[in-house]
Structure formats: C-alpha cells, structure tokens
Ligand binder design. Structure first.
Ligand code: DMJ
Length: 454
C-alpha cells in the first residue's frame, strides 16, 4: 500500500504564493439559501425530465424528449452519475429508490466495448462515492466487478490503457489515446485498492500514470495524442484542455488523497513547465494557451470551457492567488457571449469553437475559490452562471446543450455530468458548508466526492 496520507494543508508547493483569506467585510446581497433551493429545483427539473422521457437509459435528449444509450445495452449512466448529488441535496428517498434500481438492474456482464476513461470517471467513481455515502456494500461489489472488467485495458506494451475494453470478452481496441485518458484513473482505482485491501488496482493505474509522465518532453510537457502500443507521440500540441486536463488534476488530487509523493513531484515539475511554456501574459490578463511539447512554441491562443478546471486545481495545490486571477478570466470568457464557448481565442476576444456542453468546470472553480476565500464575489459569479443556464439552456424536456454560444441555438443532448457535476457544484457553492466537508474530500473529475476513510 501507499504512503500514509499527508496533511492537505501542508501541500503547498515552494513556487506558490498563498493569498490570505479575503472576505470583503460587506454583507453579501446574495441570498444563499434561496439560490441553493433554486439549484435544487433545477436539478429536479432535469432529473424528472430524465425520468419521464428516458428512464432506464443512459441519457436524455431534451429537445425531442427521447432517450439515448452509449452502447447496445444501457448502463444507467444518468441515474448512477446523479445519485450522490441527490444525497447532498437531501433528496433522500429519490436517492434510495435510484440506488435500489441500480443494484437490481445494473450488470456489467455485457458483450460490448466501453470507453475506459468515461466508464471509470462516471460509473466507477459514482459507485465508490455512493458506497462511501451510504455504506451499501452492494455498491462496492459492483465497483469491484467493474474494475476487474476494465483491467484488461491496461495490458498494453506501454501500460497505457487501450481506449476501449469489452466488458465480457476482455478484448481491447483503440490504440490512439492521450494523457487525460491515461492519467485519470488513479483516484478511482486507488480508492478501490484502499477499500478492498487489494493493491492491484492502485498499481495498474499508478503504473500507467507514471509511464505517461515519463514520456514527457525535455520541456516537461505532454502532447495530446499517443499510441498505447508503440508509445509514439501522434500529436504534440500541449495545453490544459481536453485530452490533457485531468492528467494534471489527478497529480494534485492523488498527492492529497493518497499522500503519493510521486504525484506530488509530477505536479511540481509539470506546474513549472505550465508556467514557463503555456502561460501567456496578454493585455487582458495572464492566460494559459497552447504550445508545442518539444519546442515550447505557441501554437494557439485558445483557452476554453474545459480549461476552467484549472483554478480549482490551483486552489488545491495552494496557489490561490493565481487561481483567483485565472477565474476572473474564465468569468470574462463566460460573460463575453453570455455562456462560455468550448474554445475561446483570448487574443481575438471571441469564441474559436462556439459549442457549450453544459460543462461544470467554471462552477467547480468558483466553488473551490469560495470555500477557500469566503469572498461573496464567487456567489455573485455563481448566480450569473445559474441565470445564464436557465435563460439559454432550460427547455421543457430538461436542459439542452448549445450549438453556438453566439446564436444560442440548442442541441439535443443532456450529458449525465450536468446532474453529477454542474448542478452539484452550483448547489454546493450556495449550500451551507456543512453539506459537505470540503477539506475532507477529494472530488474525482466527475465531481464524485471521495473521503479518505483508510
Ligand atoms: C466531465 O466528464 C469530466 O469533468 C471530465 O474530466 C471532462 N469534462 C467533462 C465535463 O465537461
């Protein structure tokens, strides 16, 4: 087993400057309990829409009011992903009946290929978190069964998991992977090891994580596509966005959750590289852009909805000042079009990819910053996010993604993470702090809180 947990508060890196708590001293004009109740109402709108139009399936298409499944047979992704949000919101009987449904119906004994990354963060993370919240051992049994079926994915020549694995036959496919998919397994697999006293889960995920870190360039950067059989980099663009984002997130989180010293070192080296090559000081502020992993040359002046996870990670890593500065830029990106785009060109001050997938990251960062600083500014920010979501994404059949943040044209999908993450973080931002002890949990990248009970 790994080293004992080291003090969360002591995880402040030498290169960071910690900002003192900054409460304005002025009474907040924001009515937190009314806003928490409003978020809960919106959660129920989305959840009841799923129940009415898509029950028994993975997700809801809110415009046509029809269900969708990821694979040939449903894995009940929305109910499993949403269950711990219900618990935190005090929707106990809803959570209990959802849990019974999952336990009675969910089986992983299915001859179908699934995406290792997505199934890990949504389903394994959801099962573990709900096990910890309820003590229902049947959830841990399901979690272990799922992890055992995912393990064949790790049996590549490099130790990087294949993209997909067949849950029944153990066959694998998909060799083009990325640091995000390789490095976002240890919170869940490591937790399973701790809860079952079986080190193999930790070891597979840790080996993959260390191996991809070892494939970094001389500049300590990673690219955004790599072959899991040859180990060759296929794309060398380096950034904080999709395909890399949670690779960095899990360095910090695993250092805190498991006291893993390797993860702490990986983060330290990576953060220096990020602040050397990705950081971009512009007239509008200090952004993080794209650079080539080998030359360090700027490739794009893009930052996007997914990159907005980074302030939250910086709060955890102890760099609250940088987190607060970056969150202001994220907020600017949101306000520019009234919703944040998938990609924002910060030099042109406009959307580079105008889609919006109901993403949670910017709310997650607002929540972390509010818990850390107690500054009501983050509550005001949260209210803007909630108002925009209601104005542009709410439809009769739930909440819809947006094709174009400029025209606000909608698209027919509501991902399970809208219930697992987006509305959870918004709720936690406004809810009383005792709803969840922020200092005692680590959220996986799908917002499933994990408590260090070992
Ligand atoms: C979620 O599935 C997870 O947060 C993941 O890490 C990347 N982002 C999506 C939602 O934006």
């Amino acid at each position: 087993m790994r080293q004992p947990f080291s003090l969360i508060c002591s995880f402040i890196l030498s290169i960071t400057i910690v900002m003192p708590t900054v409460a304005s001293g002025q009474p907040s004009p924001i009515d937190k309990s009314a806003l928490a109740a409003e978020v809960k109402t919106e959660f129920l709108h989305a959840w009841n829409s799923y129940k009415t139009y898509a029950w028994g399936h993975d997700g809801l298409r809110p415009l046509t009011k029809t269900p969708y499944d990821w694979y040939s047979s449903p894995l009940y992704m929305t109910p499993l992903d949403a269950m711990d949000t219900m618990i935190l919101m005090g929707l106990q009987s809803e959570a209990d009946s959802t849990r019974e449904f999952i336990i009675r119906n969910l089986s992983f004994d299915k001859d179908m290929y699934v995406k290792v990354f997505e199934i890990n963060i949504r389903m394994l993370g959801g099962l573990l978190s709900n096990y910890q919240l309820t003590g229902d051992k049947r959830l841990l049994t399901l979690a272990r069964d799922l992890a055992d079926r995912l393990i064949p994915a790790f049996l590549s020549p490099t130790g990087y998991p294949y993209v997909e694995v067949n849950l029944k036959t153990k066959a694998v496919r998909g060799t083009k992977t990325n640091p995000g998919e390789i490095g976002t397994l240890l919170v869940e697999f490591g937790t399973l090891s701790m809860l079952t006293a079986d080190a193999k889960y930790y070891n597979y995920a840790k080996h993959a994580f260390l191996s991809i870190f070892e494939a970094r360039s001389n500049l300590n950067l990673v690219g955004d596509q790599i072959d899991c059989e040859s180990g060759a980099w296929l794309k060398t663009d380096s950034h904080l966005s999709a395909c890399i984002d949670s690779y960095y997130e899990y360095m910090v989180k695993c250092a805190l959750l498991f006291g893993d010293e390797d993860c702490k070192i990986m983060w330290h080296d990576s953060y220096v590289a990020i602040n050397t090559y990705l950081i971009d000081t512009t007239k509008s502020g200090i952004w993080y852009g794209h650079a080539d992993m080998n030359s360090g040359k700027r490739t794009k002046t893009w930052f996007g909805a997914l990159d907005a996870f980074f302030p939250a990670v910086l709060v955890l890593a102890g760099d609250t000042r940088r987190a607060a500065e970056l969150q202001e830029l994220c907020f600017h990106m949101w306000k520019r079009h009234g919703l944040e785009p998938e990609q924002f060109d910060y030099m042109k001050n406009e959307a580079a990819s105008p889609r919006f997938f109901l993403n949670p990251e910017i709310m997650e960062s607002a929540y972390y910053l509010y818990r850390k600083t107690n500054d009501p500014h983050y509550l005001e920010m949260g209210k803007v996010f909630l108002d925009s979501l209601k104005a542009y994404c709410r439809v009769e059949g739930g909440y819809a993604e947006i094709k174009n943040v400029i025209t606000k044209e909608k698209s027919d999908r509501m991902e399970s993470y809208f219930l697992a993450e987006t509305l959870k973080y918004l709720y936690l931002l406004f809810a009383p702090p005792e709803t969840l002890d922020f200092d005692k949990v680590i959220f996986n990248t799908e917002a499933h809180p994990i408590r260090r009970t070992w």
